[in-house]
Design a protein around this ligand. Sequence first.
Ligand code: ADP
Ligand code: GLC
Length: 487
Amino acid sequence: MAALKLCILSSEIMPYAKTGGLADVTGALVHELALLGHEVRPFMPLYASVRRLPDMSRVAGAEAVPLDIGGVTYEFSLWSARGPDGDPPMYFVDCPPMFDRSAFYTTDPDEHRRFLLFTRAVIESCQRLKFAPDVFHCHDWHTAFLPLYLKTTYAWDRLFAGSRSVLTIHNIGYQGIMPADALPDLELGTEESRLDQRDLRFGLINSLKHGIIYADAVTTVSPTYAREICETSLGMQMQGVLRARAGGILGILNGVEYQDWDPRVDRYLAARFGPEDLGGKLVNKQLLAQGCGLDLPASAPLIGMVTRLAEQKGIDILFDSLPRVLESRSAGLVVLGSGDARYAEFFAGLAVRFPGRVAFRSGYDEALAHLIEAGSDMFLMPSRYEPCGLNQMYSLRYGTIPIVHRTGGLADSVQHFDAAQGSGTGCVFEHYDAPAVHWALNTTLDWFQDRPAWLRLMQNAMAADFSWSRQVREYESVYGRVLSSSA
Ligand code: ADP
Ligand code: GLC
């Protein structure tokens, strides 16, 4: 395929800002698409924590650019920094009143305005850079108004005459809903008629919905999630607009950046290992146990979790089942997570109730996330829904057997182990309820006791391959398709 000009815009991109998998995936896309020879220009907001990075410079010609949002004139400037490991430079939209806040995401009343500004600032930056992207690739609700802006506010600009837009939905549970009285903030003028009028009558404006309606192609992050959001209540009221899209919704499974997430090369690990030499895994298990204050017999299995503490992640079905498993089996548990207080209290309570066997670390810790992947025997991910999920794929490479609910990308990346056949890579439970996860935990702990079966399972898991080099070709095909169709 001929080299394309690609503009990737996202609220978080590795290695600059990350709260979850969105950053891993947009960072990977930048890296992999550039490797294929495309001209990739990634944009993200200049958050307070990013501002402290060295090696950033202002972009000439894009300084103090005025931008009206809801009758208020803001000013933004564009910064750029050299990309890591030969990656393309990153562009940062700087607007201190909007992005110098205590967190990337807020519950402030102007949250929608922050990302409207970001979205329009990216378009206006392209104008100033005289950069005409073949494709604007938007991610999640934060940038979902871009396709409509291209067709309205910026339709006059011939620079974008050949530009197309792609929206990737990473999580339909977050739609960027604002009250209808935020209408002037969109600055759409007479084009307001292109907004969903029914929602407006109900007093709402839904950012993601307009991306779904107006993007030239819509993708999501696994084939099963693509089906689930079109056909089941996991579409969270978007089933109708999703099904109305002529080209459908394409599910492209996320990949893994194995230069970051492979125990053979993982820079966070003191002891590296691989399928041919598993010795290092035991060293990591000891280091993890010591570091977290666990006191487990060497033969006891260790279950790991790294998760946002959000309802999506399935912690509710652990409330009864997990204490019962810990009472009846000699397993250990280590959990790293941040988010809702009620889930943090649950895990903190388990650590008190099972001293030396359960550790809970609250907060965000990249190094510990890697050590948990490397040092645990199993990885628990009982998500109620999971658009793709990355940790189960990371776990496979580390020989850390995933225990997952059959949903979304979990269903597409983990096969239930068949001990008789020696096939499969993890434990997959069907129903989202406490008995099912209780069964799954016990089943996996039983497999662990059968050493030949367990080694087989580990080898199967470690051989699974979810390299981005394959998945990124699917995005190339989507770009090719939107460019060959008329706007
Ligand atoms: P989601 O994006 O829904 O949170 P994913 O499985 O796609 O789920 O991605 C989560 C990513 O965020 C993984 O890279 C995981 O290691 C990381 N992560 C989640 N919580 C933490 C945490 N508390 N500390 C460090 N990394 C975390
Ligand atoms: C979202 C989803 C997660 C997915 C990630 C990256 O945060 O919750 O399942 O892996 O985006 O696409």
